[in-house]
Design a protein around this ligand. Structure first.
Ligand SMILES: Cc1ncc(COP(=O)(O)O)c(C=O)c1O
Length: 349
Protein backbone atom coordinates (compact mmCIF):
# COMPACT_ATOMS: atom_id res chain seq x y z
CA UNK A 1 0.00 0.00 0.00
CA UNK A 2 1.36 3.42 -1.00
CA UNK A 3 2.29 5.77 1.83
CA UNK A 4 0.18 8.91 2.16
CA UNK A 5 2.21 11.65 3.81
CA UNK A 6 0.28 14.41 5.55
CA UNK A 7 3.01 15.46 7.98
CA UNK A 8 3.65 18.71 6.13
CA UNK A 9 3.58 20.25 2.66
CA UNK A 10 7.40 20.24 2.91
CA UNK A 11 7.35 16.56 1.89
CA UNK A 12 6.45 17.49 -1.71
CA UNK A 13 9.06 16.25 -4.16
CA UNK A 14 10.28 18.39 -7.06
CA UNK A 15 8.44 17.92 -10.36
CA UNK A 16 10.14 16.58 -13.51
CA UNK A 17 9.91 20.09 -14.94
CA UNK A 18 11.92 21.41 -12.00
CA UNK A 19 14.69 18.88 -12.54
CA UNK A 20 14.69 19.62 -16.29
CA UNK A 21 14.95 23.34 -15.50
CA UNK A 22 18.19 22.66 -13.59
CA UNK A 23 19.64 20.70 -16.52
CA UNK A 24 18.54 23.33 -19.05
CA UNK A 25 20.12 26.16 -17.05
CA UNK A 26 23.33 24.13 -16.83
CA UNK A 27 23.34 23.53 -20.61
CA UNK A 28 22.81 27.24 -21.16
CA UNK A 29 25.78 28.07 -18.88
CA UNK A 30 23.63 30.25 -16.65
CA UNK A 31 25.05 29.19 -13.28
CA UNK A 32 27.71 31.28 -11.56
CA UNK A 33 28.91 32.31 -8.12
CA UNK A 34 25.95 34.00 -6.48
CA UNK A 35 27.96 35.42 -3.58
CA UNK A 36 29.55 37.72 -6.14
CA UNK A 37 26.23 38.16 -7.96
CA UNK A 38 27.08 36.02 -11.00
CA UNK A 39 24.32 33.43 -11.08
CA UNK A 40 21.81 34.49 -13.75
CA UNK A 41 19.18 32.04 -12.60
CA UNK A 42 19.21 33.37 -9.04
CA UNK A 43 18.91 36.91 -10.37
CA UNK A 44 15.93 35.89 -12.52
CA UNK A 45 14.21 34.19 -9.56
CA UNK A 46 14.77 37.16 -7.27
CA UNK A 47 13.43 39.65 -9.83
CA UNK A 48 10.39 37.49 -10.50
CA UNK A 49 9.68 37.07 -6.77
CA UNK A 50 10.03 40.81 -6.12
CA UNK A 51 7.52 41.52 -8.92
CA UNK A 52 5.02 38.95 -7.64
CA UNK A 53 5.30 40.26 -4.07
CA UNK A 54 5.13 43.92 -5.15
CA UNK A 55 8.45 44.77 -3.51
CA UNK A 56 11.55 46.56 -4.84
CA UNK A 57 13.91 43.64 -4.36
CA UNK A 58 14.16 40.04 -3.19
CA UNK A 59 16.81 37.63 -1.95
CA UNK A 60 17.08 33.84 -2.09
CA UNK A 61 17.73 32.29 1.32
CA UNK A 62 18.26 28.70 2.38
CA UNK A 63 15.06 28.19 4.37
CA UNK A 64 12.01 29.83 5.86
CA UNK A 65 13.66 29.93 9.26
CA UNK A 66 16.71 31.69 7.87
CA UNK A 67 14.46 34.13 5.97
CA UNK A 68 12.47 35.05 9.08
CA UNK A 69 15.61 35.51 11.15
CA UNK A 70 17.43 37.60 8.55
CA UNK A 71 14.32 39.77 8.10
CA UNK A 72 14.07 40.38 11.83
CA UNK A 73 17.79 40.98 12.38
CA UNK A 74 17.91 43.44 9.47
CA UNK A 75 15.20 45.62 11.00
CA UNK A 76 16.14 45.51 14.68
CA UNK A 77 19.14 45.81 16.96
CA UNK A 78 20.19 43.54 19.81
CA UNK A 79 18.06 44.03 22.90
CA UNK A 80 15.00 45.15 20.93
CA UNK A 81 11.65 43.59 21.55
CA UNK A 82 9.62 41.77 18.86
CA UNK A 83 5.86 41.29 19.16
CA UNK A 84 5.03 37.83 18.01
CA UNK A 85 1.99 35.54 18.02
CA UNK A 86 2.25 33.01 20.82
CA UNK A 87 1.82 29.98 18.55
CA UNK A 88 3.76 31.32 15.58
CA UNK A 89 6.52 29.35 13.89
CA UNK A 90 9.13 31.99 14.71
CA UNK A 91 8.33 31.86 18.41
CA UNK A 92 7.84 28.11 18.81
CA UNK A 93 9.80 26.33 16.12
CA UNK A 94 12.92 28.30 15.25
CA UNK A 95 15.03 27.05 18.12
CA UNK A 96 14.71 30.33 20.02
CA UNK A 97 17.17 31.75 17.48
CA UNK A 98 15.65 35.23 17.49
CA UNK A 99 16.93 35.45 21.07
CA UNK A 100 20.05 33.29 20.96
CA UNK A 101 21.42 34.52 17.62
CA UNK A 102 19.81 37.95 17.33
CA UNK A 103 19.62 39.07 20.96
CA UNK A 104 15.94 39.86 20.42
CA UNK A 105 13.42 39.80 23.24
CA UNK A 106 10.19 38.09 22.14
CA UNK A 107 6.91 39.50 23.42
CA UNK A 108 4.42 36.70 22.71
CA UNK A 109 0.74 37.61 22.37
CA UNK A 110 -2.10 35.09 22.03
CA UNK A 111 -3.94 36.35 18.96
CA UNK A 112 -7.44 35.52 17.77
CA UNK A 113 -7.14 32.58 15.38
CA UNK A 114 -3.49 33.51 14.88
CA UNK A 115 -4.13 37.22 14.38
CA UNK A 116 -2.87 39.83 16.85
CA UNK A 117 -5.48 42.59 16.72
CA UNK A 118 -4.48 46.27 16.42
CA UNK A 119 -5.95 46.82 19.92
CA UNK A 120 -3.77 44.04 21.35
CA UNK A 121 -0.73 45.51 19.64
CA UNK A 122 -1.47 48.99 21.04
CA UNK A 123 -1.58 47.48 24.52
CA UNK A 124 1.74 45.63 24.32
CA UNK A 125 4.01 48.22 22.69
CA UNK A 126 6.41 49.29 25.42
CA UNK A 127 6.47 52.94 26.48
CA UNK A 128 9.55 55.02 25.78
CA UNK A 129 10.92 54.38 29.25
CA UNK A 130 14.30 52.85 30.15
CA UNK A 131 12.61 50.14 32.23
CA UNK A 132 11.40 48.51 29.03
CA UNK A 133 12.95 46.95 25.98
CA UNK A 134 12.39 48.99 22.84
CA UNK A 135 9.56 47.47 20.76
CA UNK A 136 10.93 47.41 17.22
CA UNK A 137 9.00 44.93 15.10
CA UNK A 138 5.86 42.83 14.78
CA UNK A 139 5.74 39.58 12.84
CA UNK A 140 2.54 38.34 11.19
CA UNK A 141 2.22 34.68 10.13
CA UNK A 142 0.04 34.25 7.02
CA UNK A 143 -1.42 31.67 6.73
CA UNK A 144 -1.12 30.81 10.39
CA UNK A 145 -0.07 27.19 10.73
CA UNK A 146 -0.95 26.43 14.33
CA UNK A 147 -4.32 28.16 14.11
CA UNK A 148 -5.13 25.73 11.25
CA UNK A 149 -3.89 27.36 8.04
CA UNK A 150 -5.97 30.42 8.88
CA UNK A 151 -5.78 33.41 6.54
CA UNK A 152 -4.97 36.90 7.78
CA UNK A 153 -7.11 39.09 5.50
CA UNK A 154 -5.57 42.08 3.70
CA UNK A 155 -7.67 44.52 5.74
CA UNK A 156 -6.42 42.86 8.93
CA UNK A 157 -2.80 43.15 7.79
CA UNK A 158 -3.37 46.81 6.84
CA UNK A 159 -5.00 47.67 10.18
CA UNK A 160 -2.21 46.03 12.16
CA UNK A 161 0.52 47.55 10.01
CA UNK A 162 -1.12 50.97 10.43
CA UNK A 163 -0.83 50.79 14.22
CA UNK A 164 2.68 49.32 14.04
CA UNK A 165 3.92 52.06 11.72
CA UNK A 166 2.29 54.81 13.80
CA UNK A 167 4.49 53.59 16.66
CA UNK A 168 7.63 53.24 14.56
CA UNK A 169 7.60 49.41 14.44
CA UNK A 170 8.67 47.50 11.34
CA UNK A 171 6.24 44.84 10.09
CA UNK A 172 7.44 41.43 8.90
CA UNK A 173 5.23 38.79 7.30
CA UNK A 174 6.12 35.12 7.74
CA UNK A 175 4.45 34.10 4.50
CA UNK A 176 5.70 30.51 4.40
CA UNK A 177 2.21 29.80 2.98
CA UNK A 178 1.33 33.27 1.68
CA UNK A 179 0.29 31.89 -1.70
CA UNK A 180 -2.22 29.57 -0.04
CA UNK A 181 -3.87 32.67 1.40
CA UNK A 182 -3.72 34.54 -1.92
CA UNK A 183 -5.17 31.65 -3.92
CA UNK A 184 -7.95 31.04 -1.37
CA UNK A 185 -8.95 34.71 -1.45
CA UNK A 186 -8.36 34.96 -5.20
CA UNK A 187 -6.19 38.05 -4.83
CA UNK A 188 -2.55 38.73 -5.77
CA UNK A 189 -0.07 37.80 -3.04
CA UNK A 190 1.29 41.36 -3.26
CA UNK A 191 -2.00 42.68 -1.86
CA UNK A 192 -1.41 40.75 1.38
CA UNK A 193 1.98 42.39 1.95
CA UNK A 194 1.29 45.85 0.53
CA UNK A 195 1.82 47.37 3.97
CA UNK A 196 4.44 45.04 5.42
CA UNK A 197 8.08 46.12 5.31
CA UNK A 198 9.38 42.63 4.69
CA UNK A 199 8.00 39.26 3.68
CA UNK A 200 9.34 35.73 3.60
CA UNK A 201 7.84 33.10 1.31
CA UNK A 202 8.75 29.40 1.07
CA UNK A 203 9.37 27.78 -2.30
CA UNK A 204 9.72 24.37 -0.69
CA UNK A 205 6.29 23.87 0.87
CA UNK A 206 3.12 23.52 -1.23
CA UNK A 207 4.97 25.00 -4.22
CA UNK A 208 7.09 21.83 -4.26
CA UNK A 209 10.56 23.21 -4.95
CA UNK A 210 13.21 21.11 -3.20
CA UNK A 211 14.99 23.93 -1.33
CA UNK A 212 14.74 27.61 -0.62
CA UNK A 213 12.80 30.61 0.51
CA UNK A 214 12.69 34.24 -0.57
CA UNK A 215 12.67 37.44 1.42
CA UNK A 216 11.55 40.70 -0.14
CA UNK A 217 11.32 44.39 0.74
CA UNK A 218 12.98 47.66 -0.24
CA UNK A 219 16.33 47.81 -2.07
CA UNK A 220 17.89 49.06 1.16
CA UNK A 221 16.37 46.20 3.20
CA UNK A 222 17.72 43.61 0.76
CA UNK A 223 21.15 45.30 0.69
CA UNK A 224 21.40 44.95 4.49
CA UNK A 225 19.78 41.49 4.48
CA UNK A 226 22.45 40.25 2.06
CA UNK A 227 25.16 41.17 4.59
CA UNK A 228 23.35 39.33 7.39
CA UNK A 229 22.70 36.30 5.17
CA UNK A 230 26.44 36.07 4.54
CA UNK A 231 27.23 36.31 8.27
CA UNK A 232 24.75 33.51 8.94
CA UNK A 233 26.48 31.25 6.43
CA UNK A 234 23.71 31.66 3.87
CA UNK A 235 25.80 32.97 0.99
CA UNK A 236 25.55 30.20 -1.62
CA UNK A 237 27.69 29.73 -4.71
CA UNK A 238 26.03 28.08 -7.78
CA UNK A 239 22.66 28.62 -6.15
CA UNK A 240 20.95 28.60 -9.54
CA UNK A 241 20.57 24.87 -8.94
CA UNK A 242 18.08 25.86 -6.25
CA UNK A 243 16.71 28.87 -8.11
CA UNK A 244 15.80 26.99 -11.31
CA UNK A 245 13.13 24.84 -9.59
CA UNK A 246 12.13 27.95 -7.63
CA UNK A 247 11.23 29.72 -10.86
CA UNK A 248 9.01 26.80 -11.90
CA UNK A 249 7.45 26.91 -8.42
CA UNK A 250 6.44 30.54 -8.90
CA UNK A 251 5.35 30.12 -12.51
CA UNK A 252 3.49 26.83 -12.39
CA UNK A 253 2.68 25.76 -8.86
CA UNK A 254 0.75 28.60 -7.24
CA UNK A 255 -2.60 27.97 -8.86
CA UNK A 256 -2.60 24.25 -8.10
CA UNK A 257 -2.62 24.97 -4.34
CA UNK A 258 -6.39 25.12 -4.87
CA UNK A 259 -6.39 21.32 -5.22
CA UNK A 260 -4.86 20.98 -1.75
CA UNK A 261 -7.53 23.31 -0.39
CA UNK A 262 -10.26 21.23 -2.05
CA UNK A 263 -8.86 18.05 -0.53
CA UNK A 264 -8.66 19.68 2.90
CA UNK A 265 -12.32 20.63 2.51
CA UNK A 266 -13.19 17.10 1.40
CA UNK A 267 -11.47 15.64 4.46
CA UNK A 268 -13.30 18.14 6.67
CA UNK A 269 -16.68 17.28 5.11
CA UNK A 270 -16.13 13.58 5.76
CA UNK A 271 -14.79 13.98 9.30
CA UNK A 272 -17.37 16.50 10.40
CA UNK A 273 -19.80 13.55 10.34
CA UNK A 274 -17.77 11.66 12.96
CA UNK A 275 -19.61 12.06 16.24
CA UNK A 276 -17.50 13.65 18.99
CA UNK A 277 -14.71 14.83 16.70
CA UNK A 278 -14.11 18.57 16.94
CA UNK A 279 -12.75 20.37 13.91
CA UNK A 280 -12.91 23.74 12.17
CA UNK A 281 -13.62 24.20 8.50
CA UNK A 282 -10.21 24.68 6.82
CA UNK A 283 -9.59 27.90 4.90
CA UNK A 284 -6.55 26.49 3.10
CA UNK A 285 -4.57 23.21 3.15
CA UNK A 286 -4.27 22.54 6.90
CA UNK A 287 -6.86 20.71 8.99
CA UNK A 288 -6.57 20.12 12.73
CA UNK A 289 -8.83 17.70 14.58
CA UNK A 290 -9.29 17.72 18.35
CA UNK A 291 -9.28 14.22 19.85
CA UNK A 292 -10.18 15.02 23.45
CA UNK A 293 -13.53 13.21 23.18
CA UNK A 294 -11.69 9.97 22.34
CA UNK A 295 -9.47 7.58 24.28
CA UNK A 296 -6.44 8.45 22.19
CA UNK A 297 -3.89 11.26 22.02
CA UNK A 298 -2.20 12.65 18.92
CA UNK A 299 0.90 10.50 19.33
CA UNK A 300 -1.09 7.26 19.60
CA UNK A 301 -3.32 8.43 16.75
CA UNK A 302 -0.26 8.95 14.53
CA UNK A 303 0.86 5.43 15.48
CA UNK A 304 -2.54 3.98 14.52
CA UNK A 305 -2.58 5.84 11.20
CA UNK A 306 0.86 4.49 10.41
CA UNK A 307 -0.63 0.99 10.33
CA UNK A 308 -2.63 2.24 7.32
CA UNK A 309 0.56 3.75 5.78
CA UNK A 310 -0.69 7.24 6.58
CA UNK A 311 1.84 9.63 8.12
CA UNK A 312 1.06 12.56 10.44
CA UNK A 313 3.10 14.19 13.21
CA UNK A 314 2.03 13.26 16.72
CA UNK A 315 3.33 16.27 18.57
CA UNK A 316 0.24 18.39 19.06
CA UNK A 317 -1.14 16.98 22.35
CA UNK A 318 -4.73 15.97 21.70
CA UNK A 319 -4.77 17.80 18.35
CA UNK A 320 -3.77 16.07 15.16
CA UNK A 321 -2.72 18.00 12.04
CA UNK A 322 -3.27 17.03 8.42
CA UNK A 323 -1.42 19.04 5.79
CA UNK A 324 -2.81 18.44 2.32
CA UNK A 325 -0.18 18.67 -0.38
CA UNK A 326 0.61 17.79 -4.00
CA UNK A 327 1.61 14.20 -3.12
CA UNK A 328 -1.90 13.47 -1.76
CA UNK A 329 -4.65 12.92 -4.34
CA UNK A 330 -8.41 13.11 -3.93
CA UNK A 331 -8.57 9.29 -3.73
CA UNK A 332 -5.83 9.32 -1.08
CA UNK A 333 -7.85 11.85 0.88
CA UNK A 334 -10.86 9.53 0.86
CA UNK A 335 -8.63 6.67 2.03
CA UNK A 336 -7.41 8.87 4.89
CA UNK A 337 -10.97 9.78 5.89
CA UNK A 338 -11.94 6.08 5.95
CA UNK A 339 -8.91 5.16 8.06
CA UNK A 340 -9.66 7.92 10.58
CA UNK A 341 -13.29 6.86 10.82
CA UNK A 342 -12.25 3.25 11.52
CA UNK A 343 -9.65 4.22 14.13
CA UNK A 344 -11.89 6.62 16.01
CA UNK A 345 -14.68 4.04 16.13
CA UNK A 346 -12.27 1.82 18.10
CA UNK A 347 -11.22 4.57 20.51
CA UNK A 348 -14.61 5.94 21.50
CA UNK A 349 -14.92 6.75 25.21
C1 LIG B 1 4.71 29.22 9.16
C2 LIG B 1 6.10 28.75 8.94
N1 LIG B 1 7.10 29.63 8.94
C3 LIG B 1 8.37 29.27 8.73
C4 LIG B 1 8.69 27.96 8.51
C5 LIG B 1 10.15 27.58 8.35
O1 LIG B 1 10.48 27.07 7.13
P1 LIG B 1 11.77 26.11 6.97
O2 LIG B 1 11.34 24.76 7.42
O3 LIG B 1 12.08 26.20 5.51
O4 LIG B 1 12.85 26.67 7.82
C6 LIG B 1 7.69 26.98 8.50
C7 LIG B 1 8.03 25.56 8.26
O5 LIG B 1 7.26 24.66 8.37
C8 LIG B 1 6.35 27.39 8.73
O6 LIG B 1 5.35 26.50 8.75
Amino acid sequence: MRTIDLRSDTVTLPTDEMIHAIVRAHEQHRFGDDVIGEDEVVIELQEKAARILGKEAALLVTSGTQGNLISMFTQTKRGDEVVIEERSHTFLFEGGAMASLGGLFPKPVRGIRGYITPEQLERVISPDDPHYAHTALISIENTHNYAGGVIVRPEQVDALAGVAHDHGLAVHCDGARLFNAAVALDIPASRLVRNTDSVMICLSKGLSAPIGSIIAGTEEFIHQARRIRKKMGGGMRQAGIIAAPGIIALEKMIDRLKEDHQNARLLYNRLSKVQGLKLEKPETNILFVELDNFNINARQFAHELKKYNILVYGEYGTRSRFVLNRMVSRDDTIRVAEAIEEILERFRM
